[in-house]
Design a protein around this ligand. Structure first.
Ligand code: NAP
Length: 252
């Protein structure tokens, strides 16, 4: 258990990595605000955290909507207390080869990942500055290094790394660290949707991906939650502006 209670906000927490991260940070002793566009599913995440003995608040909001983000953070302050941990995890994919990629595919992905993380961070950081302590963890991806069919997602996930490094430089003096986690292949709704889009049965898709991973297994959402817990830890205050590839090898 963590020694100090810190209020955490996790975006995109209705399922997948976000939901696993909420469970883990709650186990670490932090009250968690779980935020997502999917109201029913994010309520279920909060209930699951509470069922495990944690403290949770479900918040429905679109991270790319500035007014909704401001209202969401204020609700967290009101109901749980000022947030000092933020995990920018909400994400979408709109994969296509460049020549078939629409402007909407491009804008949607850049908007959720980059604009969403910007808005959430801008709203949350003032509370961290006031407290003189904060932890920001942003979700990048091995796709930041380039991935066929993901020009939009790769650009967004590389952008998350630059965004993180600038946050580290600007906010370090206020006791705030900012770090990035770049997952490789993780079994989740997102990767299941990719297999479906490619017309490959999930089992075959997973097997093919696993055969290229040095540790010869798929990543689980808990693997990423564990890395988030490490960055958020009180003892991780000298680690900032870093990108940690959590991919079962040097890259996914
Ligand atoms: P996931 O299962 O699809 O979960 C993402 C969550 O974000 C969903 O609940 C989604 O809601 C929510 N979301 C989407 N747009 C949002 C918005 N505008 N505002 C608020 N919430 C929004 O994905 P995941 O696999 O857990 O991935 C989590 C993060 O890790 C993402 O940033 C992803 O890019 C990154 N990542 C994942 C993998 C992987 O292999 N799974 C690898 C590298 C990086 P809806 O479902 O209702 O849209």
């Amino acid at each position: 258990m963590s020694e100090t209670r810190r209020v955490a906000i996790i975006t995109g927490a209705a399922r997948g990595i976000g939901a696993a991260t909420a469970q883990r940070l709650a186990q670490d002793g932090h009250p968690v605000a779980v935020l997502d566009v999917d109201e029913a599913a994010v309520n279920a995440t909060a209930e699951a955290v509470i069922a495990q003995g944690g403290q949770a608040l479900a918040v429905t909001a679109d991270v790319s909507d500035a007014a909704a983000v401001e209202a969401a953070v204020e609700r967290v302050v009101d109901k749980l207390g000022a947030p000092s941990i933020l995990v920018n995890n909400a994400g979408i994919t709109r994969d296509n080869l460049l020549f078939k990629m629409s402007e909407d595919d491009w804008d949607a992905v850049l908007t959720v990942h980059l604009r969403g993380s910007f808005l959430m961070t801008r709203a949350a950081q003032r509370h961290m500055v006031d407290a003189g302590w904060g932890r920001i963890v942003n979700l990048s991806s091995t796709s930041a290094l380039g991935n066929r069919g993901q020009a939009n997602y790769s650009a967004a996930k590389a952008g998350m790394q630059g965004f993180t490094k600038s946050l580290a430089l600007e906010l370090g003096r206020f006791g705030i660290t900012a770090n990035c986690i770049a997952p490789g292949f993780i079994s989740s709704e997102m990767t299941k949707a990719t297999a479906k889009r490619l017309g490959v049965p999930w089992e075959k898709y997973e097997q093919d991906r696993v055969s290229a991973i040095p540790v010869l297994r798929a990543g689980q959402t808990e693997d990423i939650a564990h890395a988030v817990s490490f960055f958020v830890d009180e003892r991780s205050g000298f680690i900032s502006g870093q990108v940690l590839y959590v991919a079962g090898g040097p890259r996914g």
